[in-house]
Design a protein around this ligand. Structure first.
Ligand code: 6PG
Length: 627
C-alpha cells in the first residue's frame, strides 16, 4: 500500500537526517518541507520573524498537494515540524488513511545540547522552548527516541511501518477464524486475538496461525495490550465474540488501550438496541462503533459472507475496503456489503434476515413433511426438491436437498435427528420487534413458535396418543401443488420481512434502501435466492412487493394450490403452521372490511374505549351504551 511518511518533531530533533536516510533505505522520494515555503515566508523568516498560522496555511496546503500527487505513483517521505494537530490535519487532508506519522522525540536539554554542539549551529533556548510549548503530541504516530543511533532509528521505523497490522480480529471462534483466513487470503495484514483461559483456551491464536499457511504474515496474540498496539491507527478491531454481555466486557477490556478515532466493529448477532447504546457510549469516549450483521455461516465467512454494517458513514468508509473486499459478490461483481444506515440498523436488518430465514426453513420443513406424507422416501423428497431448483432456487433449498440425500448406514441421517429445533434468539427478537413496531410479522412468529412447540417433545408424545386420530394420511394433492404453495408462502414471507424493515426505517428515520438490502442478500447469506434477486429490481420502484404486477400475478396464480395443500393437510392432521398462516395473512391483508369492527364494539362495550364510525367523516370518537 502506498504511504506518505511525514517525519515530524521540534527543530533540531534530526528530522532531515532521518528523513533522508529513511527515504534512501526505502528507495522512495524525499522532500524537505522547508524547501516549499513561499517567497513571503522566506523573507519573513530571514528577517528573524516567526511565522504565524496564516503564513503556514498555504505552505501546509502545498505540502498536502505534494503528498497527494506523490501518492498517485509512489510512497514518499516528507519532513515537516508539524507541531500542531491542525497543521497535521492540513498535511493529511483527504489522505488520512494513507499517511504515517513518525515523531522524533527527545527531551529539551538533549536537543538543545545536540544542536549547540554542532559547529555551525546555535539555537537560543527561547526558540527551542517556544517549539516545545507549541508541540501538541500526535496520538497516531510512530514515536522514536532520538537517543538511538540513526541506523537503529531507521530499523525501528521500518519495523513499525511493516509490522503494524491493518485490521484486528478479536475472538477466534468458528466465524472469527474463517474471517481471519478470508482477510489474509485477500492480502490484508491482520492481527488476531483470542483470550487465554487456563486449561480451556490456551494459545488459540498461535495454534491457529500455525495451522494455515495463509496466516504466515498474521500476528497472533492472547494479550490485549500487545494485540491493540500491533494495529495501525486509527485501529480497526472486529469483534467476533458471543453476542450479549460479553460484548460489553470486551469493550471495557479494550478501552484503556485504544486511542481517539479507533473503530470497533461488532460482527455478532447483537440486539440492535444494544448496538445503539454501545454506539452512544463509545462516542463519549471518542471511539467509533459499527454494528454489522454477518451472514453465511462458517463457509460464507471464509469464502465471502454478506455483510450489513451500520453506524457513522465516515467510520464505515475507513473499514469499507476490508469488509467490501472479503464479502461475497453479487451477480454484477459488486460487494454484498453496503453501508446500511445509522445506529443499529445493520443489526436490525440482520435480525430480520434471520426471521425470514426461520420462515424459509420452516416452509421447507413443512413441504418435505407433506412430500413424505405423499409417500416419498427421503431420496425422493431430495429429488423433488432438486426438481424445484429451476423456479424456486435458493441456498436453503439446496442444502435441504442435500440433507435428504445423506445416508448413515442403510438409513437416512435426517430420520435420526432429534426433532427439537434450537434457536439462538434472533427469531425471538424479530417477533418482539414486530410487536413493538406494530407490524404483523405473522409468519416469523409462526416459524418461531413452531420451534418452541417442537421443544415440548415429551408432551407431544403423550398428547399424540390422546388426540392424533389419523394413522394414515391421504393427501389429495400433487407435488406441483406443493411447489406452488411453497412459492406462495415465500412471497408472503418476503413481503412481511421487508415490511418490518420499511416500518422500522420510517419510525427510526434510518432512510434504508430496500433494493440495496435485497442486493446484499443475493449472495453470501443464508436467504440468498432467485426470488431475492428479483426483489432487487422490485424495490427500485416500490417499498411494498404486493404492489408489483408480476408478484400480484404469481400470488393469484399460486393461491389456489396453497389453499388445496393447506386444507388437505388440515383434513389429514398434518401440521403446516407457516403455510396456513401465509394464506390467513393474505386473506387478512386483502379484506376490505375486516372483523375488527366487532373488536372495536367490544372494547367500547366493556371499557368505553370509544370507536370511530364509517358514517362520520369528522373523525370524532363515539361511545355507546350497548345494553
Ligand atoms: C446466518 C445465520 C446465522 C446463524 C444464527 C441463527 O445468517 O449466517 O442466520 O447468523 O445461523 O445463529 O441461529 P438460530 O437458528 O440458532 O437462531
Amino acid at each position: 500500500m502506498k504511504k506518505v511518511i511525514y517525519v515530524m518533531g521540534v527543530s533540531g530533533c534530526g528530522k532531515s537526517t532521518i528523513g533522508t536516510l529513511l527515504a534512501q533505505d526505502l528507495g522512495i522520494p524525499f522532500f524537505d518541507g522547508d524547501d516549499f515555503h513561499p517567497e513571503s515566508n522566506i523573507t519573513k523568516m530571514s528577517s528573524g520573524q516567526a511565522l504565524n498560522d496564516d503564513d503556514r496555511q498555504g505552505w501546509l496546503e502545498t505540502l498536502n498537494d505534494l503528498a497527494k500527487k506523490q501518492l498517485e505513483n509512489n510512497s514518499c517521505v516528507i519532513v515537516c515540524s508539524a507541531l500542531k494537530q491542525k497543521y497535521r490535519d492540513i498535511l493529511s487532508d483527504t489522505i488520512e488513511d494513507d499517511t504515517e506519522w513518525v515523531h522524533l522525540v527527545g527531551s529539551f536539554n538533549q536537543i538543545l545540547e545536540r544542536v549547540n554542539s554542532r559547529a555551525d549551529h546555535f539555537m537560543p533556548s527561547e526558540l527551542l522552548k517556544s517549539q516545545f510549548d507549541t508541540l501538541e503530541n500526535p496520538e497516531c504516530a510512530i514515536k522514536i527516541d532520538i537517543s538511538l543511533s540513526p541506523q537503529e532509528i531507521i530499523k525501528k521505523i521500518k519495523q513499525e511501518l511493516m509490522n503494524t497490522s491493518e485490521f484486528g480480529l478479536f475472538g477466534l471462534g468458528v466465524m472469527g477464524k474463517s474471517l481471519c483466513r478470508n482477510l489474509a487470503n485477500n492480502g490484508f495484514k491482520i492481527s488476531m486475538f483470542n483470550r487465554h483461559v487456563d486449561g480451556v483456551e490456551e494459545d488459540v491464536a498461535i495454534n491457529f496461525k500455525a495451522q494455515y499457511p495463509e496466516l504466515s504474515r498474521a500476528e497472533a496474540f492472547d494479550d490485549i495490550s500487545a494485540f491493540v498496539n500491533s494495529l495501525q491507527q486509527p485501529r480497526r478491531i472486529m469483534l467476533m465474540v458471543n453476542a450479549g454481555k460479553t460484548i460489553d466486557y470486551v469493550i471495557e477490556d479494550l478501552l484503556p488501550h485504544l486511542s481517539e478515532n479507533d473503530i470497533i466493529i461488532d460482527g455478532g448477532n447483537s440486539n440492535y438496541k444494544k448496538t445503539k447504546e454501545r454506539y452512544d457510549y463509545l462516542k463519549t469516549k471518542g471511539i467509533h462503533f459499527i454494528g454489522t450483521g454477518v451472514s453465511g455461516g462458517e463457509e460464507g465467512a471464509l469464502k465471502g459472507p454478506s455483510i450489513m454494517p451500520s453506524g457513522d458513514i465516515d467510520a464505515y468508509n475507513k473499514v469499507a475496503p476490508f469488509l467490501e473486499t472479503i464479502s461475497a459478490k453479487d451477480k454484477n461483481g459488486l460487494p454484498c456489503c453496503t453501508y446500511v444506515g445509522p445506529e443499529g440498523s445493520g443489526q436490525f436488518i440482520k435480525m430480520v434476515h434471520n426471521g425470514v430465514e426461520y420462515v424459509e426453513m420452516q416452509l421447507l420443513a413443512e413441504v418435505s413433511t407433506i412430500l413424505e406424507t405423499l409417500g416419498q422416501n427421503p431420496d425422493e423428497v431430495s429429488q423433488t426438491l432438486q426438481s424445484w431448483k429451476d423456479i424456486a432456487d435458493s441456498y436453503l433449498l439446496e442444502i435441504t436437498t442435500a440433507i435428504f440425500k445423506k445416508k448413515e448406514g442403510d438409513d437416512w441421517l435426517v430420520n435420526k435427528v432429534l426433532d427439537k429445533a434450537g434457536n439462538k434468539g434472533t427469531g425471538n427478537w424479530t417477533a418482539i420487534s414486530s410487536a413493538e413496531l406494530g407490524v404483523p410479522s405473522t409468519l416469523i412468529a409462526s416459524a418461531l413458535f413452531s420451534r418452541y412447540i417442537s421443544f415440548y417433545k415429551e408432551e407431544r408424545i403423550q398428547l399424540n396418543e390422546k388426540f392424533q386420530t389419523k394413522t394414515t394420511s391421504e393427501l389429495n394433492i400433487t407435488t406441483n401443488d406443493v411447489l406452488e404453495a411453497y412459492q406462495f408462502a415465500r412471497i408472503i414471507n418476503h413481503y412481511q420481512g421487508f415490511k418490518l424493515i420499511a416500518e422500522a426505517s420510517n419510525k427510526f428515520e434510518w432512510d434504508l434502501n430496500l433494493s440495496e438490502i435485497a442486493r446484499i442478500w443475493t449472495n453470501g447469506c443464508i436467504i440468498r435466492s432467485t426470488l431475492m434477486e428479483e426483489l432487487v429490481e422490485v424495490f427500485k420502484h416500490t417499498t411494498n412487493i404486493l404492489t408489483n404486477p408480476k408478484l400480484i400475478d404469481l400470488v393469484n396464480t399460486y393461491k389456489p394450490a396453497a389453499k388445496k395443500v393447506v386444507s388437505q393437510s388440515i383434513l389429514n392432521d398434518v401440521a403446516t403452521p407457516a403455510l396456513s398462516e401465509a394464506i390467513q395473512f393474505l386473506n387478512g391483508i386483502t379484506t376490505a372490511y375486516a372483523s375488527a369492527n366487532v373488536i372495536q364494539a367490544q372494547r367500547d362495550y366493556f371499557g368505553a374505549h370509544t370507536y370511530l364510525r364509517l358514517d362520520d367523516a369528522s373523525g370524532k370518537s363515539h361511545h355507546t351504551d350497548w345494553n
